[in-house]
Design a protein around this ligand. Structure first.
Ligand code: GUN
Ligand code: FE
Length: 419
């Protein structure tokens, strides 16, 4: 089936600039992009056209790091730092998901909000609880959203309601992987919460599951200085925080997302350059918990792959629009304090939230751009302002990113389908 959409088409095949096709056509066959044309080729002459007028059409957003249960907690307790926030708020909240009825109350709101903000694919931490995680997968699919969902693994350093034996945690992870690895919309991802909440036995088993089933990995790394010091005391034989994951096959060979990664030493910076490693910058979370600010342009210029995440509930909004602009603002602050560090450009930050995050979704196809062969995942956006006609397409995009009006999102496409 052929679909032809018309409007101002904007995407970032490369991070250097926005590629803008004003008043152009994008041809989609079944799920994928065929091409973008200023003048429609003759072969499509008798096809109907969906004309979005002066609206902009952009790739839909992808969130590379967030915690579904924490949707209920966004904005709460953010005057604390990481460990106190986890102990005083987060662990208590996540404990409630032992009751699947609690998950049934929360997760529909969470998936509705993802949809509203235009985040149509995401890499999600659930909780340790099997039933609640399975319900989360169900809720995502019901809403027509795609993503990786991870059963969280913890076997120490948390309240009893949130720890399992390594054996049970591994068994439930393996069953979850088996049940969803061939799903076309929501796939499993191996998820040790972070090194401090896992014993070597659990980490070792998780690494083996990732390699055996070719399942990617997500975790947290070097988010907070006290956390980094704690990891040193918990794993005295490891050369670094990164090394804890490396030792257990949780840092490659499968694709791996490491949220935060603010405090890396020079050896860890070298290891971060591996092709299968994605550092996930979560600027809102890092500001809220006073964790620090990733030197993002330095990472990029050294050849490290950096994606973007909302990290709700330490992040206070699901909006990837605002995550993009916060990443830019954080880099501006670093630049002012240390002028040698350059500012993250708008196309670069947009590229992170679309094509870079999308490249983690390899097993779903080509994701995050409008180049030929990519899955057609898109948002159609109409600026609400009465002066809209005087704005260039890129200016409309800038307003959408900074002001983040979700009402401006008129239509959402995933895999070529209007959802
Ligand atoms: N480190 C371990 N768990 C968490 C979490 O839930 N949120 C954040 N921001 N960092 C973590
Ligand atoms: Fe997180």
């Amino acid at each position: 089936m052929i679909k032809i959409l018309k409007g101002h088409i904007i995407h970032t095949p490369t991070k250097e600039r926005f590629e803008v096709h004003a008043d152009s056509y994008i041809v989609v066959e079944d799920e994928q992009v065929v091409g973008i044309y200023k003048i429609l080729p003759d072969q499509y002459n008798d096809q109907s056209i969906i004309d979005y007028g002066s609206s902009i059409i952009i790739p839909s957003f992808i969130d590379a790091h967030l915690h579904a249960p924490q949707y209920m907690q966004m904005g709460v307790g953010l005057d604390l730092e990481l460990m106190d926030w986890l102990n005083q708020y987060t662990f208590m909240l996540e404990g409630r998901f032992a009751d699947v009825n609690y998950a049934k109350k929360v997760y529909p709101h969470y998936v509705d909000a993802l949809y509203e903000y235009g985040t149509l694919r995401s890499c999600i931490f659930g909780t340790i609880h099997d039933e609640a995680n399975r319900y989360l997968v169900h809720a995502m699919k019901e809403k027509g959203l795609s993503g990786y969902v991870g059963k969280v693994n913890m076997d120490r350093n948390a309240p009893v309601s949130l720890v399992q034996t390594a054996e049970r945690s591994l068994k439930e992870t393996e069953n979850f992987i088996r049940d969803f690895k061939d799903d076309s919309m929501v796939k499993p991802i191996v998820t040790p919460r972070f090194a401090p909440s896992c014993t070597d036995e659990l980490l070792d088993g998780l690494g083996r599951l990732s390699v055996t089933y070719h399942v990617p990995v997500q975790s947290h790394l070097a988010e907070n200085k006290a956390e980094v010091a704690w990891v040193k005391t918990l794993f005295p034989e490891s050369a670094s925080y990164t090394d804890v994951y490396v030792k257990h096959q949780l840092y490659g060979p499968e694709k791996t997302l490491m949220a935060h990664s603010i405090y890396l030493d020079s050896v860890e910076m070298e290891l971060a350059k591996s092709a299968y490693i994605y550092m996930v910058h979560c600027p809102n979370s890092n500001m809220n918990l006073s964790s620090g600010i990733m030197p993002v342009t330095q990472f990029l210029d050294e050849g490290i792959t950096v994606g973007l995440g909302s990290d709700i509930g330490a992040g206070h909004t699901l909006a990837m629009q605002q995550t993009i602009t916060s990443a830019i603002q954080c880099s501006k602050i670093r630049h002012v304090l240390s002028p040698k560090e350059r500012i993250l450009s708008e196309p670069e930050a947009f590229h992170m939230a679309t094509k870079v995050n999308g490249s983690f979704f390899e097993s779903f196809g080509l994701i995050g751009s409008f180049e030929t062969g990519y899955q057609f995942d898109a948002l159609v956006i109409k600026d609400p302002s009465p002066i809209m006609d005087t704005l260039k397409p890129v200016e409309q995009l800038q307003r959408f990113l900074y002001c983040g009006w979700t009402e401006s999102i008129q239509v959402r496409y995933l895999n070529g389908k209007n959802i």
